[in-house]
Design a protein around this ligand. Structure first.
Ligand code: AMP
Length: 430
């Protein structure tokens, strides 16, 4: 095959391979999230990576994520599909389709696709871990979600994290607010350009989170949603704040925090990572979407969720720990077999060690003993098990401690138990 177009054999722009040893941090992060989710009573949900385009159009017709950035296509049967740009819509679609009993509390890990301008911390495929809970409108659930997300970020060793909090109101407060906001922006539109006017007409809330420097003056003086909340919404918002106070989670009110998708109602929140560049400092966020299930044809069901960007979490954790000599996790095995015999003994012993629960590996291809010892040392193993003719005659193997260099002879039939005893006892540093 000729490589006339060498870029065809590279990952697409804005998309990345994650290779060892970096992939170890991913694996650990997802395992920690799964563990925490289960402690909070959430179960794994897996949905397709593509949905009918309407699923996403329904949740954000006026958003960049849906209007400009979606990877959409027609399949061979003429169905209009899209690669998922975010994680909430598919979960709510699954809820509406299957009608599980509520409260329905689920977590996920999945890639999302957005045709954005790639830069550090912003990619065309990024991964999220997230959680959604459908059923209760109880503000205690809002507090649970925020503490789930916040505690997870802290567990990763990210200390520079701020919780930003806002309330988007519900339909009845949002409609008059949007009108008031539109009127305000129209009155201040002179010299702001076509894009401003377009956004104001499509959805003036989308102006509030615009990053354009030249718009900031007007945005800062715009009417605020929290001034328009109904008494019930106000009470809900205050209860959430008191709940966070009660469990010691500091939070800042952020009246212009409207998040990038249109489905949010009531509580919205974001976790800002201050070790990240200011433009890309959102580790993640979420909020309530009390109208979404009904909009997708389901029974009226309140819901709330959050998602955290895996790449951003790892950048933030790396930035905070750089230069501090962190005990990074090193992948590797416990035992490495060095084979001087060249027969099936190594295959049989390796099988036995692995099936007994040990992490074990070997060199392949009949390499020299020296090369095998080098591979053993590089593998991170605590012990090398050496298969050599002299020991074999005595039905034994050599067991070399790769840290101290000490070597012993151990009866062949006892080696698995012997290794387990030592590895469990020493809790080998990895
Ligand atoms: P969102 O779904 O837009 O609320 O995003 C949730 C989180 O996902 C963000 O806070 C980021 O951590 C991450 N994220 C969103 N878009 C991207 C992207 N293009 N590249 C990398 N991470 C992203």
């Amino acid at each position: 095959m000729s490589a006339e177009r060498p870029e065809a054999f590279r990952a697409p722009v804005g998309m990345h391979d994650v290779l060892p040893p970096d992939s170890r941090a991913w694996r650990d992060l997802v395992a920690a999230f799964a563990d925490r989710a289960e402690r909070f009573g959430y179960e794994l949900v897996i949905t397709p990576i593509v949905e009918h385009r309407e699923v996403f159009e329904r949740v954000g017709e006026a958003t960049d994520v849906v209007r400009k950035e979606m990877y959409d296509f027609d399949d061979k049967g003429g169905r209009a599909l899209a690669l998922r740009p975010e994680g909430t819509a598919p979960v709510v679609r699954a809820f509406v389709q299957h009608r599980p009993t509520v409260p329905w509390k689920v977590w996920y890990v999945a890639p999302n696709f957005r045709y954005e301008r790639p830069q550090k911390g912003r990619y065309r495929q990024h991964w999220q871990v997230g959680a959604e809970a459908l059923g209760p409108a109880d503000p205690a659930l809002d507090v649970e979600m925020i503490s789930f997300a916040h505690g997870f970020v802290r567990d990763l060793g990210i200390t520079q994290v701020r919780v930003l909090l806002n309330s988007m109101g519900d339909g009845s407060t949002r409609v008059p607010y949007v009108e008031a906001l539109r009127d305000y922006f129209r009155a201040h539109a002179t010299g702001m350009g076509d894009e401003f006017l377009e956004r104001v007409e499509a959805n003036p809330i989308r102006v509030l989170d615009a990053k354009r420097e030249d718009w900031q003056d007007v945005i800062e003086r715009a009417p605020q949603l929290t001034e328009h909340l109904s008494p019930e919404e106000q009470q809900h918002f205050e209860t959430v704040q008191r709940g966070l106070d009660a469990i010691g989670i500091e939070h800042e009110l952020a009246p212009r925090l409207v998040r990038g998708l249109d489905y949010y109602t009531s509580t919205t929140f974001e976790l800002a990572g201050d070790a990240l560049d200011a433009a890309q400092n959102a580790l993640g966020g979420g909020g309530r979407y009390d109208g979404l299930a009904e909009e997708m044809g389901g029974p009226p069901t309140p819901g709330i969720g959050f998602a955290l960007g895996i790449e951003r979490l790892l950048i933030a954790a790396g930035a905070e720990h750089a230069g501090r000599g962190t005990a990074t996790t090193v992948s590797g095995v416990d035992v490495f077999i060095v084979d001087h015999l060249g027969g099936l003994e190594a295959t049989v012993l390796l099988h036995e060690l692995r099936e007994s629960g040990l992490r074990a590996d070997r060199a392949y291809g009949g390499r020299s003993v020296k090369a095998q010892m080098t591979a053993a040392n590089r593998s991170g193993a605590a012990f090398a098990v050496i298969l050599a003719p002299d020991e074999a005659e005595r039905a034994a193997v050599g067991a070399k401690n790769l840290v101290s260099g000490d070597q012993l002879e151990v009866p062949r039939e006892q080696i698995a138990g012997w290794l387990k005893l030592r590895l469990e006892g020493s809790a080998v540093e990895r």
